[in-house]
Each structure stands twice: as C-alpha cells, then as structure tokens.
Design a protein around this ligand. Structure first.
Ligand SMILES: *Cc1c(COP(=O)(O)O)cnc(C)c1O
Length: 427
C-alpha cells in the first residue's frame, strides 16, 4: 500500500472521511488524496516525497507561492511575542487600514477568522440594518457553510429554496431566494415581487465555486441598480476574488461599488483571516456600536494578521498583477491550444490569477452550461496530470490558481505534460 493510501486509511479512522474539508477526499474524482508534507513556491510534496506543480494554492491564499520567506519570517517574528491575546493590537489596525486603502468601497472593516464567518455576519448585518429578512443568492455561488446559505434553488423561478445540507431546517432557508447566476431578469422579477422584503443580494462577482464563471455584461451593474432602487444591501463576496483577480478585486475591475464586501483567502496569506466591511453607516450597526452581534476569540489573531500584512505588502508592489495575469493567461491559452490540437472539446478562461478549465467547446456562462461539461473527461485529465506531477483542484467545479512563482519554466513544464495527456486522452 502506498504511504498516501496508508495515511488515508488511518485518517479515516479518526476523522470523518479522512479529511477536515470534504473536497480534499477526492470523492468527485475518485482515488487517493495526496497527504502533503511540505510546499515551496509553485510546488508541493506529498508524504511519499513526490513533487507536484500546484494550481490549488490552498484554494487561493498562496498567491505569492508557498512558504514565501518574508511571510514565514513575519509569522515567526509575531509568534515569539505571543500567539493570541484576546485584546486589540496595533497590527490589526495596520491590516484594516491597508484593506481600506486598497479597496475604496471599504470605509470600515472588521477582521474575523474565515470566509464563512465574514459572509454569515455580512448577511446578519444586512438584515439588521434594513430590518428585512429575505436574501437573494445565486445557484452555484458558494458563500461558506452557514445555515441560511446552504440552499439549492426551488423548482419554480421564484420559489424559495430547499436546504442543500442535512441538518438545516427548511425554515432556516425559507428566507433565501436562490436565482440563476447571470440571469438579471430573474432578479428584476424577484425585486418586483419581494422588493420591500429583500435585505440583500450576495454574489460572487466572478464565480469561482462552480469552476470559473464570469459575470455577463450588465449583470453586476443591474444588481447594483436594483439594490439601490429597492434599498437592499449589495454584498460582493470577494473571499476568493479579493486581491486575486486584481489589486482591487472585481470591484476594481468593474468600477461597481458594493455596499459590503467579504474577504478571506489572500488577505490571510495562508493563515486564518477573514474580513467584512463597507459603508460606515452599515458597519455602525455592528456590536459594540450597534445591535448586530458578532465576535471571535481568535478574530484579528496576531500571528494570522502578521501573515496577512506581509502578504498584502508584497502583492502591493508595482507590476505584481500584470505579471500574475500574464502567466495565468499563458497557462489557460496553452492548455486550450494543446487540447484542441489533440481534437478534444476543451476551453479555458482566466482573470487575474484565477483560471477555469472546461471540457466543453465553449466557455460556459451559466450554472446549467457548466454543469453540462464532461466530468468524466475531467476525471481522466485530473488523474493523468496528477500522475504526471501536476496538482489541479480535485473537482470539475472549482477554479484554479496561479502564484507569482509560476514562472515560464513552470508553466511550460505544465503545458508539456498536458500535451501528452491530451494526446493520450484522444487516443
Ligand atoms: C472559500 C469561500 C468562502 C468560505 O471561506 P472559508 O474561509 O472556507 O470559510 C466563502 N465565499 C467564497 C466566495 C469562497 O470562495
């Protein structure tokens, strides 16, 4: 038995499914998860010492490459001064100020420890500030695992959703309206019917949890306009896209200003940091100023904040995002060219340091289109690439991530290996 298989078997005895987050279990691609022993730059090594080029990057945080020496040093320096105080620190102010300075829509921000906490609280805040209960989300967008967000679309256009997880009472999601991403008329209808009851619209402004789906022209603009007209709060969930697609997230690329933004992943540089922020009049509703409760023993943790600050400073250097986007585009174009040359139905898309791979002739623009991609072909591709030493996300419905350390030689090595995989797949 391989060392990975041994560890998986052992893990499965003490941890449900052998993992602490379900996608890691390889259920949608089959096979044995790799247990990671260490990582450096664009590479990870598993428990057997096998090296992989990594395009997961901890699902986005590793934008500087793994174990960047300056980030590691910042963590080490912070750790010797104490791991957690449960009292405020100057470093938290610095990170908050940096986030506010980089994202013009943030007037105030609060730090939490995960993306789930950030979105859960942003929704509570929107409800508390508006005095309304209903929320609008989109099928295929993921906003963490809090109860009212674990919902799938109902059967009719404007029926409220059903829980997508056991353990969530239907009543908990009875206020959540789940609509089709990129379908603005559906949102217009929802507002026409429920406008005075809708507290907020929460959206991944570029969707990265159903593979990569970009917003259709006018979609985000339409959401902004509808929320403004009906007094609802527009929440951009930029947990994945924030400081990943560009220096100001999707809001910087589109010029659309949300009322609230949620962040995590990149802003913690690999440590548990999340944040939510936005209009000061809304943030004034959060305890201790206002009546919307939120708290966290480890919120603003000094070691985590040190990693976040070091990361935010390094990605703020001129030219950082231009290089990152160039490398990511090179990867996406190169994969698409090689797959099509081999005669496969394959497309790829990219934005900033994020990319999507689709076993279909066209880049999908809706949940239905992405769901129709060939998942069997993806599985074959995924395992063949893994065997060739390239680690993509173990699911056809996740985005991929490039870091600043994925230089030309790393991308070329990936493309060479993909070429032979595509050729074998066709044969
Ligand atoms: C990852 C993610 C979350 C959840 O963040 P966690 O830190 O895993 O709780 C929420 N929203 C989006 C868009 C994400 O990509």
């Amino acid at each position: 038995m391989s060392r990975n298989a041994e560890l998986f078997e052992r893990a499965s005895r003490s941890i449900p499914g052998g993992v602490n987050s379900p996608v890691r279990a390889f259920r949608s691609v089959g096979g044995t998860p790799r247990f990671i022993a260490r990582a450096q730059g664009p590479y990870i090594w598993d428990a057997e010492g096998t090296q992989y080029i990594d395009y997961v990057g901890s699902w986005g945080p590793a934008i500087l490459g793994h174990a960047h020496p300056e980030v590691v040093r910042a963590v080490q320096d912070a750790a010797v001064h104490g791991l957690s105080f449960g009292a405020p620190t100057e470093a938290e102010i610095e990170l908050a100020e940096l986030l506010i300075q980089r994202l013009p829509s943030l007037e105030q921000v609060r730090l939490v420890s995960s993306g789930t906490e950030a979105t859960m609280t942003a929704i509570r805040l929107a409800r508390g500030a508006t005095g309304r209960n209903k929320i609008v989300k989109f099928e295929g967008c993921y906003h963490g695992h809090s109860d009212s967000l674990l919902v799938k679309a109902g059967s009719g256009l404007l029926t409220f959703g059903n829980p997508s997880s056991a353990g969530v009472p239907p009543e908990f999601v009875s206020h959540t309206l789940t609509l089709d991403y990129n379908n603005l008329p559906a949102v217009q209808t929802a507002f026409a019917e429920h406008g005075t009851d809708i507290a907020c619209v929460i959206v991944e402004p570029v969707a990265g949890n159903m593979n990569l789906i970009k917003p259709a022209p006018g979609f985000l603009e339409g959401l902004r306009e509808l929320c403004t007209r009906h007094g609802a709060v527009l929440i951009f969930d930029e947990v994945m896209t924030g400081f990943r697609v560009g220096p100001q997230g999707v809001q910087g690329l589109t010029g659309i200003t949300p009322d609230l933004t949620t962040l995590a992943k990149v802003i913690g540089g690999g440590m548990p940091v999340g944040a939510f922020g936005g209009r000061a009049d809304l943030m004034a509703h959060i305890a201790p100023l206002g009546g919307v409760y939120q708290a966290g023993t480890l919120s603003g943790n000094p070691v985590a904040v040190a990693a976040g600050l070091a990361t935010m400073r390094l990605i703020g250097q001129p030219g950082f995002y231009e290089r990152l986007a160039t490398q990511t585009q090179r990867l996406a174009n190169g994969l698409q060219e090689r797959a099509r040359a081999a005669g496969l139905a394959f497309s790829a898309d990219a934005i900033g340091g994020m990319f999507g791979l689709y076993f279909s002739n066209e880049v999908p623009g809706t949940f239905a289109q992405v769901s129709a991609c060939d998942t069997q072909a993806f599985k074959t591709f995924f395992h063949a690439m893994l065997d060739a030493g390239v680690h993509f996300a173990p699911s056809a419905f996740e985005a991929g991530f490039v870091s600043a350390t994925h230089d030309d030689s790393v991308i070329d090595a990936t493309l060479d290996r993909a070429e032979s995989v595509f050729t074998r797949m066709k044969g």
